[in-house]
Design a protein around this ligand. Structure first.
Ligand SMILES: NC(=O)C1=CN([C@@H]2O[C@H](COP(=O)(O)OP(=O)(O)OC[C@H]3O[C@@H](n4cnc5c(N)ncnc54)[C@H](OP(=O)(O)O)[C@@H]3O)[C@@H](O)[C@H]2O)C=CC1
Ligand SMILES: O=C1O[C@H](COP(=O)(O)O)[C@@H](O)[C@H](O)[C@H]1O
Length: 517
């Protein structure tokens, strides 16, 4: 098994398996009756299967408590697969996908159910020509059963000889530093770090993966990537729908645990880490950990919390029957983080996320400092925007001379919109990319245990404050914002406080009519 050297030259304590699972592999999806499996896992598996990326003769086994026959399982398994017959040049059909998929029902706590699952797996494997057997377990399950399932899989379904076992775990990985530690330790009792793949699906998104290339493959970008050139950074997640139907789950977690502590912090770490020695998983993750360790726990005064209320015919958060009345759970949060290292000292990183907002958008907006005034006055700042979704794009807002017989600057942009630039490219779904990485044994885009620990240390104090734990000061009340709005009305002032300047010069995209200026 190859080992990688870390930056400091020492061998990391965890071993990293790069073995690609090619033959004799079963992918077992636990929680196969649930939402995640239906909406993300099975469509991603089908996407990989039809493009020929799954191991030869792969089999898929669904496992959950719900009792259903194979037909019902196949119906659910394929219910979110859009246009399965599109792209006829791809060889595999949805019928073939169903044919390689079977279902076993059983509980999560009792060993007997897992013995039953194991018998089913043994039966599939009895047809193999060689001794090698590989099992990839995907836990599409609520965290309350992670520990018993990880234990039962190890005790009842693990292959001890001639094969590779891997386990994929979905967030949330705990609720604060202490609970995450407990969860990590319990899973570690049964599964080694190199067998464990902790998914943060934002790490599988094309534009998030692009950040390292944009930064380190371009001298121009890299040269301006520090406190001397950058004034402030916003990493924004906006969803145009509320928590309707999911309020019970959401209320226990809130927007900070749902989005900021994992997805946005991961983006931040890639955006700000130093150049890794190589693209090897441990080199990348070592650098991410280093920068995360330089971030101080978030201050209460650096937070703006909101909760949506009914507007435009849409219900408020508290109108959901599954939400406790008077809940003060934030559905919007903006939190400013500070990195205490020589590159980033003094640059505010504003992480903001909200449900029930005016649009669907995830982007990174890097605002550069003012140019020297004198020959220019009130000129717009440069902004580099990396739009993660929808419609992947990178654009640099920059000033140019207004065409014609004027000497006047105007805001315009250099625009790399993916669908225009790469007309025939198929951008993979995040889950497709990550499941393929797990099959290849590549941990680069998965969360290492120490990353997680530091991520929780940054957020735990404000989470305890929001929960009203003793010793954290007065419990905050989120400010209301209307469903479908940009968020709390206080947001503009909050962002300005950290240096963001909204240009009042007219900016028109995609076309500027000079005659109308
Ligand atoms: N390749 C492409 O597709 C390109 C597209 N464009 C388009 O051009 C338009 C302008 O681009 P851009 O300047 O980047 O984006 P926006 O004008 O949408 O947003 C700029 C910033 O201002 C904030 N903002 C937006 N509306 C308000 C408001 N009413 N009051 C206060 N703050 C506000 C936004 O915050 P928040 O998001 O939190 O509301 C964001 O931080 C956009 O529609 C963009 O999509 C431009 C260049 C290239
Ligand atoms: O993890 C989560 O992410 C989704 C948003 O994912 P995206 O890929 O559609 O951007 C969010 O809706 C959900 O609340 C959260 O748990």
């Amino acid at each position: 098994m190859p080992r990688e050297r870390s930056l400091s030259g020492t061998i990391p304590s965890m071993e990293t398996s790069h073995e690609e699972l090619k033959d004799n592999t079963i992918i077992i999806v636990l929680g196969a009756s649930g939402d995640l499996a239906k909406k993300k896992t099975f469509p991603a598996l089908f996407g990989l299967y039809r493009q020929g990326f799954l191991p030869r003769d792969v089999k898929i086994v669904g496992y959950a408590r719900t009792k259903m026959d194979q037909e019902e399982f196949h119906k659910r398994q394929t219910s979110y697969i859009k246009n399965p017959n599109e792209e006829p040049e791809l060889t595999k059909s949805i019928e073939e996908f169903k044919a390689i998929s079977t279902y076993v029902s059983g509980g999560y706590e009792d060993g007997e159910s897992f013995d039953n699952l194991n018998r089913h797996l043994d039966e599939i494997e009895s047809a193999y020509q060689s001794k090698e057997r590989n099992r990839l377990f995907y836990l599409a399950l609520p965290p309350s059963v992670f520990i018993p399932v990880a234990k039962n899989l190890k005790e009842h379904c693990y292959i001890f000889r001639s094969g590779v076992n891997r386990i994929i775990i979905e967030k949330p990985f705990g609720k604060d530093t202490a609970s995450a530690k407990e969860l990590l330790e319990s899973v570690k009792e049964h599964w080694k770090e190199d067998e464990t793949f902790r998914i943060d699906h934002y790490l599988g998104k094309e534009m998030v993966k692009n950040i390292l290339v944009l930064r380190f493959a371009n001298v121009t970008m890299n040269a301006a990537w520090d406190k001397n050139h950058i004034s402030n950074v916003q990493i924004t997640f906006k969803e145009p729908f509320g928590t309707e139907g999911r309020g019970g789950y959401f209320d226990e977690f809130g927007i900070i645990r749902d989005i900021l502590q994992n997805h946005l912090l991961q983006v931040l770490s890639i955006l700000t880490m130093e150049r890794p020695v190589s693209f090897a998983a441990e080199d990348i993750r070592d650098e991410k950990v280093k920068v995360l360790r330089a971030i101080a726990p978030i201050e209460q005064s650096d937070c703006l919390l909101g909760q949506y209320v009914a507007a435009n015919g849409k219900p408020g958060y508290l109108d959901d029957d599954t939400v406790p009345p008077n809940s003060v759970c934030p559905t919007f949060a903006a939190c400013t983080l500070w990195i205490q290292n020589p590159r980033w000292e003094g640059v505010p990183f504003i992480l903001k996320a909200g449900k029930a907002l005016n649009e669907a958008k995830v982007e990174v907006r890097i605002q550069f400092k003012d140019v020297t005034q004198g020959i220019f006055k009130d000129i717009a700042r440069n902004e580099l925007v990396i739009r993660i979704q929808p419609s992947e794009a990178v654009y640099l807002k920059m000033n140019a001379k207004t065409p014609g017989l004027y000497t006047r600057a105007m805001p315009t942009e250099m625009d790399l919109t993916y669908k225009r630039r790469f007309t025939d490219a198929k951008i993979p779904e995040a889950y497709e990319a990550l499941i393929l990485d797990a099959l290849r044994g590549d941990h680069s885009n998965f969360v290492r245990h120490d990353e997680l620990d530091i991520a929780w240390k940054i957020f735990t104090p404000i989470l305890h404050w929001i929960e009203g734990r003793p010793g954290y000061g007065n419990r905050p009340r989120p400010v209301p914002y209307p469903y479908g709005s940009r968020g709390p009305k206080e947001l503009g002032e909050f962002i300005e406080k950290f240096g963001y300047k909204r240009s009042d010069q007219s900016y028109a995209w995609p076309v500027t009519n000079v005659a109308a200026l």
